[in-house]
Design a protein around this ligand. Sequence first.
Ligand code: GDP
Length: 365
Amino acid sequence: MAKNKNFESALHVNKGVSQPSSINEKISKAMINKKKKELTIDEYVEGILSGNRVILSKAITLIESSLPNHYNLAQQIIERCMPYSGKSIRIGVTGVPGVGKSSFIESIGKHLTEKDHKIAVLAVDPSSEISKGSILGDKTRMEKLSVDKNAFVRPSPSAGSLGGVARKTREIIILCEAAGFDIIFIETVGVGQSEITVHSMVDFFLLLMLAGAGDELQGIKRGIIEMSDGMIINKADGDNIDKANNAKNQYQNALHLLPKHHSNWMPKVLTCSAIENKGIDEAWNMIAEHNKLMKKTGYFRKKRNKQKINRMYETINQTLSNNFYNNPIIERKLQVIEKSLLNNQFSAYQAAHKLLDYYFKDIEK
Ligand code: GDP
């Protein structure tokens, strides 16, 4: 039957005016595409190795995720990237909030990207766990560096214990190195154990300080000064220049009293102005000089190897301890034994061994 274009009948539903979709079509299409575009492991790895920052970011999101399937996928990506990692200089930057860590990293970062280095900036900020608010993450940070095509700025994972954040940061370092970033800054804030954690994952540990805050050695724990490979008095500008130079001399004298580093490196004290870009070249020269000496004397490899071995033991200790405390028998017995301990029925040593006996008997079953 020939079709009559103008045919109209009660049985025929004529086309009405098309209604706009209740969902924005562009968005829904994008969502469908996004759903379809789950990357394969090969795509992740190839993307990372070719320096694709969007794919690198996606892989980091997997590392930060708490979903078990993301974790497994992330582990496979990390394993494949491992052979391409390890080639960067890892620099830890610490100092009290407000000392100028972000400004300094932005300034030295720009200095380095202009010299064709590729910079990644990561952060370890357990303050979010302690104070329920992040010190590093909430600020608009490193505006120039974060739009620099040779830089990659990633805030600290917002959830998790310091141990968890540290593990994730180490894994992110591997991916960033595989993506070709040759200088990695890891910023942290002087809260709790975070400096010690960051120290355990870097080649150069830099302490930023302020001048003229009363007793020059107050506020910063002695241990942190002992751990540092270099100190820089920031904000050496305007009226602050003389004070900064005095502080520099005082710290330099104080450092001479500390035991020598095994590597023969003598930690240096410099001044800089992150805002005015002064002393930034010298800051980089110090780090580069340290790196050269460490590589020449074999300490670079030695330190990295030691860090790897420590990490293996840390992981074993952590896993065993979690397994112990999550054991149902231990969960039941813990309070009872604690009570007996407080009633002087057992010594702390005996109490611990009673619990360990329960645990080992249970896992031997
Ligand atoms: P962070 O908390 O350690 O990361 O410190 P920021 O980089 O956010 O800096 C804290 C404040 O100090 C900001 O207002 C900066 O503008 C300022 N600041 C940072 N570096 C310098 C510097 O070299 N000189 C001066 N005068 N101010 C600075």
